[in-house]
Design a protein around this ligand. Structure first.
Ligand code: AMP
Length: 505
């Protein structure tokens, strides 16, 4: 095959009149229509002057058209660069400039605001909105419905996904055709996807979870997606009976569980719920099973590596763990200081190697060299431990590790204890500067609805199970934790907010 990613995900469906994307209102786009739409966009990209290896940056509302632009890039050898819709003009300008994108597509509604912000980048700006209208749609409208697929080798670049950049500048992770195809193939087989599946898709498609995990898996399997613009509880409850599977971040599941209509009947014919991108509380896992009779399958991955581990489809889905490493991927736990491999049962840095691992950060050779070893192992930045039977448990990001009085405190361990206390819905444990200990442990608690928490009682309970150095030195009660679009708790914001807690005079 000349372009395995395009041919396998898109090209072979060109003659297929089966449903591919179903809107919340029930409008159906078939596989064949989608492939034709992508071909017209590929012509429009060429007409706009984009050749093989050029970058296309897009900041678009989630829509079938945006997904077809991804397909068009794959077919024409253009590198696809999707951006979070929440990014401001200044942020977008950084990505466009850093990537050297020749063309930028945005919503018609944002053009006036973004044009001056991008003026200095020299990129051409065209428009495309969620309904598929705009100048770029006009450029594609009269184009042929087939496009001569460009040859691509496995190592050629397919997409840049910029990391969220919570510390320092965001980095463009270069994803190859092989990275994307190999991971999709593994996941379809691990999770038993087929053309009979209908996936409820409520994730954004500017991020690896909704784009490469969910969409590539469904494209490869040949099934359909109920394509929701975003997670809307009413819509999800209404459409679930039409689906067989769903992928989500943990907050999707906690929000569903808060609604009494989410029950066994509603999920009767669902075969699989998958969770990832942020930790799923063991409690959520338990509640979900009690309510639906189904066990959520939790997996772990990241932008730079696609998916790394998964709990098994058949076999034990162990709450609080992310399961064993995927077939074809190598994972080792290493000493964060020396890089030496650690035995099972010891906490260390998670490193990963395989066809799923990205090629490096665009134009950042030093950053690449810091995180991607010469032997191909990528230092994920996550800390974890592997049990003798292969199940991996994450204990937090390396940068979230707290060092207090010379001792390491893994936030997850403390959070698990706090989450178990009556009245605590969830918690976040951070380290902030402390005059005596270097860092002091701070716990942020979110109470269950209508509960007033007494931090003395919680502190006393924590003292029974945690060594003194792990016990929080201060408690803060908040209504909710700050989260990003993927449901990840933004500990960097909490650290900023409470930075002076122990040092203020
Ligand atoms: P991103 O690159 O935005 O996909 O973020 C990747 C990070 O999300 C990983 O390095 C982990 O820290 C976190 N993550 C992904 N899946 C899980 C999971 N199942 N449990 C806990 N953290 C996760």
């Amino acid at each position: 095959m000349a372009n395995p990613l395009y041919d396998t995900l898109f090209g072979r469906r060109a003659g297929q009149d089966s449903a591919f994307l179903i809107s919340p209102e029930g409008a159906v786009l078939t596989h064949a229509q989608f492939v034709r739409m992508a071909a017209r966009f590929a012509h429009a990209l060429r007409a706009a002057g984009l050749g093989v290896g050029d970058r296309l940056a897009v900041q678009l509302e989630k829509s079938p058209h945006m997904l077809a632009i991804y397909a068009a890039c794959t077919q024409s050898g253009v590198i696809f660069l999707p951006l979070n819709t929440a990014y401001t003009g200044a942020e977008v300008a950084y990505f466009v400039e850093n990537s050297g994108a020749k063309l930028f597509l945005c919503d018609r509604a944002r053009e006036a605001e973004l044009t001056p912000a991008l003026a200095h980048t020299g990129a051409r700006i065209e428009t495309l909105d969620g309904a598929g209208k705009g100048r770029f749609a006009d450029m594609a409208a009269g184009q042929p419905e087939t496009f001569d697929t460009v040859d691509r080798a496995p190592d050629d670049l397919a997409a840049f996904l910029y990391t969220s950049g919570t510390t320092g500048r965001s980095k463009g992770a270069m994803m190859t055709h092989e990275n994307l195809l190999s991971n999709a193939q593994t996941l379809v087989s691990e999770w038993r996807f087929s053309d009979k599946d209908v996936l409820l898709h409520a994730l954004p498609i500017f991020h690896t979870h909704g784009l490469f995990v969910a969409s590539n898996v469904m494209l490869l399997a040949g099934g359909a997606m109920l394509f929701l613009p975003k997670f809307d509880l009413e819509q999800v409850l209404r459409l679930l009976p039409q689906a067989t599977t769903m992928m989500g971040v943990p907050t999707f599941y906690t929000r569903l569980l808060e609604d009494a209509r989410f029950d066994r009947d509603l999920t009767a014919h669902m075969r699989l719920f998958i969770s990832g991108s942020a930790p799923l509380l063991a409690e959520t896992h338990k509640q979900f099973e009690a309510r639906t009779g189904l066990r959520i399958l939790e997996r772990y991955g990241m932008t730079e590596t696609n998916m790394i581990t998964t709990n098994p489809y058949d076999g034990e889905r162990r709450a609080g763990t992310v399961g064993p490493v995927l077939r074809g991927v190598e994972l080792k736990i290493t000493d964060p200081e020396t890089g030496a491999q650690l035995p099972d049962g010891e906490i260390g840095s998670i490193e990963v190697r395989g066809p799923n691992v990205f090629k490096g950060y665009w134009k950042m050779p030093e950053k690449t060299a810091e995180e991607l070893r010469e032997d191909g192992f990528f230092i994920t930045g996550d800390l974890g431990v592997r049990a003798a039977d292969g199940y991996v448990t994450l204990v937090g990001r390396g940068k979230d590790l707290i060092i207090t009085g010379g001792f390491n405190v893994y936030p997850k361990e403390v959070e698990s204890v706090l989450d178990d206390q009556a009245g605590v819905l969830e918690s976040a444990v951070i380290g902030v500067p402390h005059p005596d200990f270097g860092e002091g442990v701070v716990a942020i608690l979110v109470p269950e609805d209508g509960i007033e928490l007494d931090s003395n009682t919680i502190g006393a309970a924590a003292a029974k199970v945690l060594a003194k150095f792990k016990q929080p030195k201060a408690y803060v009660v908040m209504k909710a934790l700050p989260r990003n679009a993927m449901g990840k708790v933004q500990k960097n914001l909490l650290r900023q907010d409470f930075a002076d807690m122990f040092t203020a005079t």
